[in-house]
Design a protein around this ligand. Structure first.
Ligand code: EPZ
Length: 427
């Protein structure tokens, strides 16, 4: 597994274009199974999770051509029941439940994989699909579902789960009759999926609010789409600038998608200028801002859990004490242990993470552990004295096309190395 070698303390300056959104691309790729024919999808990020999702589509008879962020998918007119071993390799494969239930009334798949963020149950997915009249069985390692004809229903989510909502939408667009979904997730990625499905002919109303209504249709047709910029990747780079200091311009990102982070960075003393016409954001920071006393990750439009590890790093180097909590993935505090190795004064308690701030981080060898923890440790390394080696970087490649390429464009001293290559950390 490749590693990253980073020499810290370079201020960031320059401009980069952010990649397309991973969490918009994955459900939209799954949705192409709902109708046979050819789809042209642009600005798709070339990341491991996209490649794995395309592998699942190929197992089901789709033909795929993916170069330079342009994706052409040719979905078969009939979907053969194929084994889908790649389902174990990512969480988003859970969406095969809804899309195959919607297209052919049955699915048989291994449990999904994904980042270790605590247990990742699928009970909301199963409870919802049963409301459509589906019969679902679970074994130790797989889930099987069958429904001769999906009937529209009303379902209230016990928690605004993004994936469970996406599954209910993917199954409901071809159901007979209307479906009403309550207590829905409002993330932009759900709205992107609904935009794409409406272009395919689906009738969906209310996405981005608590209640979504779907009028089932008999047939959908292929559509083309351009994936919006990735708000978590853009947010990662904005936080990096706030942590080390600099002046960066990020292009192809809708400012409203990172508005909560923008508010937070301004509170720490950063200047953030947004341009909603050209979809650009400028972040200016001197790198020594003041911490905010309390941040809690909650469902959109509140602070996103996928920026929580990166924010933990920022709070470690800003001046002042703070508390950080995650109400989405309550065990997602693994970054603290790696950060402590670098000198952060940080304590994980029952009710959240307590951070002293003003840490002078020092380079050492750390482990990425999972996707966003890995991205957070890149920020820590950029802010640290000396050289940091980040191991297990395959996790980072699941969601970032090339974080070293992007950071180098902004002036960072960061390179990829093979796992076995020696690194001189004396310099
Ligand atoms: C999506 O995961 C994202 N993944 C995650 O991004 C993101 O962290 C998460 O939403 C929350 O924003 C994709 O979109 C591919 P959830 P998902 O269902 O759908 C619990 C990244 O870094 N839950 O909204 O799996 C669950 O354990 C990844 O890009 C149940 O209890 O998240 C969690 O505590 C990581 N039962 C909470 O709900 C269920 O059946 C939110 O999960 C489903 C979820």
């Amino acid at each position: 597994m490749p590693k990253l070698v980073i020499r810290g303390k370079n201020r960031l300056a320059g401009k980069i274009t952010v990649q397309g959104s991973k969490n918009s691309s994955l459900p939209i790729i799954a949705a192409t199974l709902l109708a046979g024919g050819e789809y042209h999808i642009d600005n798709v990020p070339d990341i491991l999770d996209v490649r794995k999702m395309l592998g699942i589509l190929k197992d089901l008879g789709s033909r795929v051509d993916f170069t330079d962020s342009k994706l052409i998918i040719r979905t078969a007119d009939r979907i053969d029941s194929g084994d889908m071993p790649d389902c174990r390799k990512l969480r988003a494969s859970i969406l095969m439940m809804g899309v195959l239930m919607g297209r052919r009334g049955c699915f048989d798949m291994p449990y999904p994989g994904g980042c270790r963020l605590g247990t990742r149950p699928v009970n909301y997915h199963i409870a919802g699909l049963k409301q459509y009249g589906a019969m679902i069985e679970e074994t130790e390692s797989s889930i099987f579902g069958k429904c001769d004809s999906l009937t529209g229903c009303e379902y209230t989510f016990a928690y605004p789960s993004i994936g469970a909502l996406e599954n209910m939408i993917l199954a409901g667009v071809l159901a007979t009759g209307s479906t009403i979904l309550n207590n829905c997730a409002k993330e932009p990625e759900v709205c992107d999926l609904c935009d794409f499905l409406r272009k395919m002919g689906a009738k969906i109303y209310g996405d981005g609010t608590d209640t979504i209504v779907i009028e089932g249709v008999d047939k959908l047709t292929p559509a083309d789409y351009v994936i919006p910029g990735d708000r978590i990747v853009a947010g990662t780079y904005m936080i990096a600038c706030a942590a080390v200091g600099g002046n960066i311009l990020i292009q192809k990102i809708e400012p409203r998608r990172v508005r909560y982070l923008t508010k937070l960075l301004k509170k720490t003393g950063c200047h953030v200028f947004t341009d909603s016409v050209n979809n650009e954001i400028i972040t200016l920071a001197d790198g020594g801002g003041r911490a905010v006393p309390y941040i809690c990750a909650r469902p959109y439009p509140e602070f996103p859990t996928d920026l929580q590890p990166q924010t933990m790093v920022l709070l470690s180097v800003l001046h002042g004490s703070s508390k950080l909590k995650d109400e989405v993935f309550v065990e997602r505090y693994g970054t603290a242990k790696e950060l402590a190795k670098m000198g952060a004064d940080i304590q994980v308690e029952e009710d959240g993470v307590y951070i002293k701030g003003s840490a002078r981080l020092t380079g050492t060898t750390v482990k990425a552990g999972n996707l966003r923890q890995g991205a957070a440790l890149v920020i820590a390394a950029l802010a640290a004295d000396g050289i940091t080696i980040i191991e297990e970087c395959r996790h980072i490649m699941r969601g970032y096309e090339d974080i070293a390429r992007d950071m180098r464009r902004l002036g960072a001293d960061i390179v990829w190395k093979n796992e076995t290559e020696n690194v001189d950390i004396s310099g």
